[in-house]
Design a protein around this ligand. Structure first.
Ligand SMILES: [Cu+2]
Length: 212
């Protein structure tokens, strides 16, 4: 073999080894398990979050995803069997995520503490027509976490939800069955529109009187 070719071969082997090692590292880092059915990332069955002395409750839930769950909602393409999950602080949630569609779907929780969930996430991904099950333990604090499917446009098309721990920290906007589709302007008090209507009636009344 010519030296140049030999060098090329060495390089190929070297690079292949490097990418394999990286792949391995990647898996370990993200605590990921992959199967034909999909993927579970950042699973945590045993490590208690800070501020938890023990598991407060073991909760098992089955959540379905699919176009079927958007049938009665105009403008939406996808949906879930439930868009809100409520659980007490320090509970351990085991979620079985069943995908009834012919495209991939995810059930991702964001904003979890990074000392325990390295990207602040818990992530289930089910291939078309498949189901995956994963477990995680939530922190003690009252907080509302975003749950969504991160496939392109799926959240906008209906796959947005929330995980409410304890009393939560307020509803997220545009969660089906929970909150309005648009973020309400927070600077307008609830009485703004009734007051505006009253003002309009008064003006109308004055105008009518002046015309008499
Ligand atoms: Cu999806």
């Amino acid at each position: 073999m010519k030296p140049k070719r030999l060098l090329a071969l060495f390089w190929t082997l070297f690079l292949a080894h490097g990418s394999l090692a990286q792949e391995h590292d990647h898996h370990a880092h993200h605590n990921m398990s992959v199967s034909d059915s999909g993927m579970v990332m950042y699973e945590n069955k045993t490590t208690l979050p800070r501020g938890c002395d023990q598991i407060s409750e073991d909760i098992e839930l089955t959540i379905h995803a699919g176009a079927k769950y958007a049938e009665n909602t105009p403008g939406m393409t996808f949906g879930m069997s439930q868009h809100e999950v409520r659980a007490p602080g320090c509970s351990r949630l085991t979620i079985t995520f069943i995908n009834e569609d012919q495209v991939r779907h995810q059930w991702m929780v964001h904003g979890l503490p990074k000392y325990l969930y390295s990207a602040g996430m818990f992530h289930l991904e089910a291939m078309a027509g498949r189901q995956v099950t994963g477990t995680f333990i939530v922190p003690p604090d009252d907080r509302t976490y975003l749950v969504h499917c991160d496939m392109a446009q799926h959240m906008e098309k209906g796959m947005k939800g929330q995980l409410v721990i304890g009393r939560g920290s307020g509803n997220l906007w545009s969660v089906r069955g929970v909150s309005d589709a648009f973020n309400r302007a927070p600077y307008l008090p609830d009485t703004t529109w009734p007051l505006a209507a009253l003002a309009l009636l008064l003006v109308a009344g004055v105008v009518t009187r002046l015309r008499r």
